[in-house]
Design a protein around this ligand. Structure first.
Ligand code: CAA
Length: 378
């Protein structure tokens, strides 16, 4: 493993950094305040090829691997966590199709969601199946060449905007977790509707919705993988997605540190800039150290994935640690800003709210501790 970026990765970082500064940061406050999905920015991410990172060029993607994805997601998260969340979660759909889809599914869906402007979503969570993902109650009952889906999903990021979503439903309730299957439901399918859209604490520009399936009929050709393989597909997809959330988390932390450094140089108290106060400088040292650790653990998990090695525990460690770091750093950066940090006029207040979700979605920190301890005790 190399601890330095390649020339190509440095180039991606430069492109992503400029994109984040010019196309993301100017809208971060507005999309948070108004809770609006940044449709224009999404389309620009399509044009830049960001939505196709990690998908092979032969399927209409931009190529590259998870390291490139982390670079882009973290650079965007520095400026706007909601936009980073939209990009990161959108790519879970392509990950599922890439890893488990058949040739026809890859040829049909991947070009559309990679660089064709269509959006993907991942619909696993239900009101009674959150951390206990195996408790999914949505059913997909066989009817000739179709499945008829009934049930509801909640807290689905990008659900209301998605053109395609992979829905986890039981094709055989008697088999419990081994009866779960992954099925693609396109937007506009009869019997599928969007329920409540949540009013959230943070990442307010990324919409989070309830999905309702009422005798929703989809062809059996929309089954991804095999019947009964759904839970495994969800777990494998979440392992990858957790690397994306870790990137969001350390990106938020880096953005908060940048603001803290700038403020400390400019703000004068007791006749000196804040940088003259050793107590605050030590905050900077703690923030920087935590960020570097979070960053390299995330890249390590991505390297293991790239090399085809098992990375479940490493992704859990990366996400658990990066989420902790995001909370720690945004809290201290806000503290350095004093009363100003608490005001909506300064971005720290938004960053602090945005950081919290990284400890919750795509597996809570407690679930990651469960995964890490189980693997360690094996
Ligand atoms: N990779 C491959 N297979 C896996 C796996 C992994 N990472 N984790 C588990 N499995 C397999 C196991 O090997 C087992 O298969 P066998 O029976 O064939 O051996 C099967 O899955 C069941 O595994 P467990 O007994 O470990 O399952 P469990 O019920 O104890 O659950 C869990 C494990 C880790 C707690 C899991 O339920 C989990 O990750 N929960 C959190 C769910 C989550 O992250 N939800 C977020 C949803 S998405 C979101 O937040 C936002 C959004 O919009 C995208």
């Amino acid at each position: 493993m190399d601890f330095k970026f390649s020339e190509a990765e440095l180039k991606i970082q430069d492109i992503a950094r400029k994109f984040a500064e010019n196309e993301v940061e100017p809208y971060a406050e507005e999309i948070d305040k108004k809770s609006i999905f940044p449709e224009d920015t999404f389309n620009k991410m399509v044009s830049c090829g960001f939505t196709g990172i990690g998908t092979p060029v032969e399927y209409g993607g931009s190529g590259g691997d998870d390291i490139a994805k982390i670079i882009v997601v973290s650079e965007i998260a520095k400026k706007c966590a909601a936009t980073a969340a939209i990009l990161s979660i959108h790519t879970i759909f392509s990950d599922v199709i890439k890893t488990f889809g058949n040739k026809e599914q890859k040829e049909f869906y991947l070009p559309q969601v990679s660089n064709g402007g269509k959006k993907g979503a991942f619909a696993l969570t239900e009101p009674n199946a959150g951390s206990d993902a195996a408790a999914v109650k949505t059913t997909a009952i066989s009817d000739g060449d179709d499945y008829i889906i009934n049930g509801a999903k909640c807290f689905i990021t990008g659900g209301a905007h998605a053109d395609y979503m992979v829905v986890f439903a039981s094709t055989d309730l008697t088999k419990g977790v081994k009866g779960l299957s992954a099925i693609v439901v396109p937007k506009g399918t009869e019997g599928f509707s969007i329920g409540k859209t949540e009013d959230k604490m943070g990442i307010r520009g990324s919409e989070t919705s309830e999905l309702i399936f009422d005798n929703c009929r989809v062809p059996k050709s929309n089954l991804v993988g095999k019947e009964g393989q759904g839970f495994k597909i969800a777990m494998v997809a979440l392992d990858s997605a957790r690397i994306g959330v870790a990137a969001q988390a350390f990106g938020i932390a880096e953005g908060a540190l940048d603001h803290a450094v700038k403020y400390m140089k400019e703000r004068v108290q007791f006749g000196k800039p804040l940088t003259a106060l050793q107590g605050l400088n030590w905050y900077i040292a703690d923030m920087k150290t935590r960020i570097e650790c979070a960053k390299w653990m995330t890249y390590r998990a991505a390297c293991l994935k790239r090399d085809g090695e098992k990375f479940t525990m490493d992704a859990a460690i990366a996400k658990y640690n990066a989420a902790n770091t995001a909370m720690f750093v945004t809290n201290l950066a806000l503290q350095i800003h004093g009363g100003y940090g608490y005001m909506k006029e300064y971005p720290l207040e938004r960053m602090f709210r945005d950081a919290k979700i990284t400890e919750i979605y795509e597996g809570t920190s407690e679930i990651h501790k469960l995964v890490i301890s189980r693997e360690t005790l094996k």
